[in-house]
Ligand binder design. Sequence first.
Ligand code: APR
Length: 261
Amino acid sequence: MQDPLPPSRDEVDRAIRQAAALIRKASHAVVLSGAGISAESGIPIYRGATGIWTRQGEPTIDGWELFNTDPERWWRLAIDHGDTELSLAIARAMPNPAHIGLADLEQLGLIQHVITQNIDNLHQRAGTKHITEIHGNRLKVRCMNCGGRDRLGTISLDRMPPLCPECGGILKTDVVMFGEPIPEDALRESYRQAAIADLFLVIGTSAVVYPAADFPIIAKRRGAPLIEINPFETNLSEVADVIIRANAGEAVPAIVDILRR
Ligand code: APR
């Protein structure tokens, strides 16, 4: 099938203006971001021609089961073989103009919450305060018993598996493993945001992983307009009200420029 022609400059500019107008009108705008928003920070996306899962194959679905069977072995493997392409890219990455632009929009009171599927902590480093990390955060650990989260650097790795400083429970990476249920607190907040949003921006996600891909649909079904920022078509394109076929690092700052006027 022939790839669709790239949009003209005028089409992209018109979509950016339409998106800015919808954001200005909204009172509770929510963002769902995916790997694409961090692509311009040098972090590989997962799917598509250049995707890390495309090149290396998706991780097996039994990650969570393997961890539960032998958490000590999991931790030793994670420490000994931690330098993967993804972890090295995340370690080097800096927030890009898209992350910074979303933090600016939050500062201006124009977006109220970011739900991210990314584990790279770049939204927080850019300054976003109201955020839910639906797939966890690579720089944090989470207690299997009390659910408490700590920064990875603050816990002792002398003992394997590491234990929660609060309750002594076994700690795991905060990153949601394949086969692991989404943490209750993140799930509850994401559905709450989907239930109150009057505008949803979907930025840099193929929208193929659930429940994340559900949140914009729930809002859309309630009448919230949907803005998609993605250089390529996705599962959500056919229901999007405004489609900005551009890189997030170009589109988000352009929207901020209009809304700052
Ligand atoms: N700006 C905006 N979007 C971009 C850019 C860019 N510069 N570059 C790529 N994209 C888009 C791609 O077109 C694609 O639609 O980002 C999307 C990335 O899709 P995926 O690689 O599937 O990443 P994501 O949607 O975040 O995956 C969801 O799958 O494996 C799990 O846990 C993993 O959180 C991840 C989840």
